[in-house]
Design a protein around this ligand. Structure first.
Ligand code: HEM
Length: 395
């Protein structure tokens, strides 16, 4: 009898809090009572994982920022100080540096899911997503410069120099970016300010991303309307997202504690030296696909345009004509083309680590062309397949 009374009270409190409390009333339709499709697979986990990555990066970044010095003579040493003297500093730095890799791993899987299931037809959510990717790339690039190691300095020099390929304003633009006539103290200081500030812009953009998502509701792996089968977000997807978070944080901790240098370049353990160019300059793994595309085009402006185009092309996907089926799950032809694209992305990433010599230069050119070809061929596979399914006399 007493237990029943307690349970009734808990249930009443739960209800009254969710619907009467001014703050929880706003939160409930987003995290608790939100109707969600019943059949979401683990490929719908990466959005929440991206949110976790963002929070981890902001918290660890803020805690490190209070010990870091954005000055060319002290930046490298201040990072060594964080690693050796600050309580738990090694943990913060390792979590932050490896967290960036996990962030990109999740975002590429999130985009891959979107391409496979045609989520890009959620136009507003997708467009904000593309902007999130570009801002995230800028944050990662500026962050890599901060430890002021050899790869930080030369990476910054190579990438900022790309802007000089822009006709007429190029060289003035580069000097404006540098705050001088080379990558130096002014560059480091502005990169630090950007790297500190932009994650909060990202946070606002994520809010907009979610607002647009809730306007249409989530898609689902069947690609059909699922409104009649919706389940409340709590407890179904709170628990499913929690499982994903525990697994991702588990793997992240495994890297942080056992292989903290797994993703990093040993060259960056040398302080920046403007008089000594490293033998191989290469970015972190998540930029290698674009780096290969950049290096595969013999013309500087052409390379820069292809580099920018390799990311900007995502903005065009919502303008594809709509297919009869939403997604590639029933279309073996589209699946074949999609998986070739994924394989090609991995080869592009690998080639970015190789020296520019035979046969890597040729493979780089071939895979770069294949990368852009995918975006042309993919929609054709939808309509070819529809034609094949509905017209028996196709062959
Ligand atoms: C900081 C980066 C990002 C965060 C925190 C984020 C967060 C989320 C979350 C929480 C969801 C709902 C759960 C899910 O479907 O996985 C979602 C869905 C979605 N996101 Fe993102 N996202 C990010 C980046 C991107 C990018 C780069 C794109 C595309 C270029 C994108 C496109 C989409 C689309 C289309 C959906 C709806 C998918 C569907 O329901 O079928 N997002 N996002």
């Amino acid at each position: 009898m007493e237990l029943k009374f307690v349970l009734q009270m808990v249930s009443f409190l739960n209800y009254s809090l969710r619907f009467r409390n001014r703050f929880l009333k706003l939160l409930s339709p987003v995290l608790y009572d939100l109707p969600a499709p019943v059949n979401l697979t683990i490929f719908w986990n990466f959005g929440s994982l991206l949110g976790v990555c963002l929070v981890v990066q902001i918290v660890t970044g803020l805690l490190m920022a209070v010990h870091y010095t954005p000055e060319v003579g002290q930046a490298f040493d201040s990072v060594v100080h964080i690693m050796r003297d600050v309580n738990g500093g090694w943990f913060l730095r390792s979590l932050h540096a490896n967290g960036a890799s996990f962030f990109f791993g999740c975002i590429y899987l999130h985009i891959g899911r979107g391409i496979f299931y045609h989520s890009f037809f959620m136009v507003h959510t997708w467009m904000v997503g593309c902007t999130l990717l570009i801002v995230l790339m800028a944050i990662a690039f500026t962050g890599y410069v901060l430890p002021w190691g050899q790869m930080s300095f030369w990476g910054a020099t190579v990438i900022t120099n790309l802007f000089s390929a822009i006709p007429y304003i190029g060289s003035s633009l580069v000097e404006w970016l540098w705050g001088g006539f080379c990558v130096g103290d002014a560059t480091l200081k502005r990169f630090f300010v950007f790297h500190f500030l932009a994650p909060f812009i990202l946070l606002v953009l994520v809010g907009v991303h979610i607002v647009f998502l809730h306007d249409t509701g989530s898609g689902n792996p069947l690609g059909i309307d699922s409104d009649a089968e919706a389940v409340p977000f709590h407890s179904y997807y709170i628990l499913k997202d929690l499982v994903g978070i525990v697994i991702m944080v588990g793997i992240l901790f495994l890297v942080v504690f056992c292989e903290p240098d797994f993703f990093s370049d040993p060259t960056n353990y040398m302080p920046a030296d403007p008089m000594k160019t490293p033998l191989h300059i290469q970015p972190e793994w998540y930029f290698l696909f674009a780096y290969t595309i950049l290096r595969s085009i013999p013309n500087k402006l052409g390379g820069v345009l292809a580099l920018a185009g390799s990311v900007a092309i995502l903005y065009l996907l919502p303008f594809y004509p709509k297919s009869l089926w939403r997604g590639s799950q029933y279309n073996p032809l589209a699946q074949f083309v999609f998986w070739v694209f994924i394989g090609n992305f991995i080869v592009l990433t690998f080639i970015g680590m190789c020296p520019v010599e035979s046969p890597f230069d040729l493979i780089g050119m071939f895979t770069s062309v294949l990368y852009f070809l995918f975006y042309i061929v993919y929609p054709f596979t939808w309509f070819l397949w529809e034609y094949f399914v509905f017209d028996e006399n196709i062959f």
